[in-house]
Design a protein around this ligand. Structure first.
Ligand SMILES: [Fe+2]
Ligand SMILES: [Fe+2]
Length: 231
C-alpha cells in the first residue's frame, strides 16, 4: 500500500488530503494550523519526535480510511447480524470517536472567528445538537433496538408490531439528524471557506463535510437495507 504522502510532504497538505490526520499531529504536538507549511520531517525534528512513529500512525490511519469505503451492494445479501456488526464497527464507533475529537475544534473556530463569521456560532450550535442527538440515537440502537431485531424471528405478532414502532421512531430521528446536516450545509454555503480561513477553520469544514457523507451511508444502510427486513 502506498500512502499519498512522504517525509517531504507539507504537514498542511497531509491534513488537507485526509483531515483526520490532524488527530495524529495533535497527539505529537505538531502544529498543522499556522505552522503547517513545513515538510513532515522538519515538523517531527522540531518537536523531537520519531518520524517513523508519526509516519506509521499516518499510514495506519490512511489504511483504515481505505478499508472503510463501503460497497453497499454487498450488504443486501448479508445476514442482519453481519450488517449490525458492520454498522457498529464501521459507523457507530468511528462516529462516537469523531464527535468527541471534533468538538474542541468546532468550539475553537466559533470562539476565535465567530465575531467576523457569525455563521460559525450557528455551526457550533447545530453541531452540538447533532452530536447530542446521535449519541442518544446510537446508544438506543445498540442497547435496545438491534438486540430486538436479532431476536425477532422467535417473537409473537404483537411484539413484532412494537418493533415496527421502534423502527419508525429511529427513522424519524434519522430525518431530524439529516435536517441538522442540511442546515449545517446551508449556513456554511456548502462548506465554502473564506479566503483567509486558517488551518483549524479548514479542518472543521472538511471534517463536518466528511461527517455528513459518513452519516448518509450509515443511515442508508439502516433505512434502506436493514430496517425494511422487519417492516
Ligand atoms: Fe446507527
Ligand atoms: Fe440510526
Amino acid at each position: 500500500m502506498t500512502i499519498p504522502f512522504t517525509n517531504d510532504t507539507l504537514v498542511k497538505d497531509i491534513v488537507n488530503e485526509l483531515p483526520k490526520t490532524s488527530d495524529v499531529f495533535k497527539k505529537y504536538r505538531i502544529d498543522f494550523c499556522c505552522g503547517g507549511n513545513i515538510p513532515l520531517h522538519e515538523a517531527a525534528s522540531k518537536k523531537a519526535v520519531n518520524l517513523d512513529d508519526v509516519l506509521q500512525e499516518l499510514k495506519e490511519l490512511y489504511q483504515r480510511e481505505i478499508d472503510r469505503t463501503d460497497n453497499l451492494e454487498v450488504w443486501t445479501s448479508s445476514s442482519s447480524s453481519e450488517i449490525i456488526n458492520h454498522i457498529k464497527t464501521h459507523y457507530h464507533h468511528p462516529l462516537m470517536e469523531e464527535l468527541i475529537q471534533l468538538t474542541p475544534y468546532v468550539l475553537k473556530v466559533s470562539k476565535v472567528h465567530g465575531n467576523h463569521h457569525p455563521e460559525l456560532l450557528k455551526v457550533y450550535e447545530l453541531f452540538t445538537e447533532f452530536k447530542e442527538e446521535m449519541i442518544e440515537h446510537t446508544e438506543k440502537e445498540e442497547k435496545d433496538i438491534f438486540p430486538l431485531l436479532l431476536k425477532l424471528e422467535s417473537m409473537q405478532k404483537e411484539n413484532k408490531n412494537k418493533v415496527i414502532a421502534h423502527i419508525q421512531e429511529l427513522e424519524k430521528e434519522h430525518d431530524y439528524a439529516g435536517s441538522l446536516l442540511a442546515q449545517l450545509r446551508d449556513v456554511t454555503s456548502d462548506y465554502k471557506l473564506p479566503a483567509e480561513a486558517c488551518g483549524t477553520y479548514t479542518l472543521v469544514y472538511k471534517r463536518l463535510e466528511a461527517l455528513e457523507s459518513e452519516t448518509f451511508m450509515h443511515v442508508h444502510l439502516e433505512n434502506n437495507i436493514l430496517f425494511p427486513r422487519y417492516m
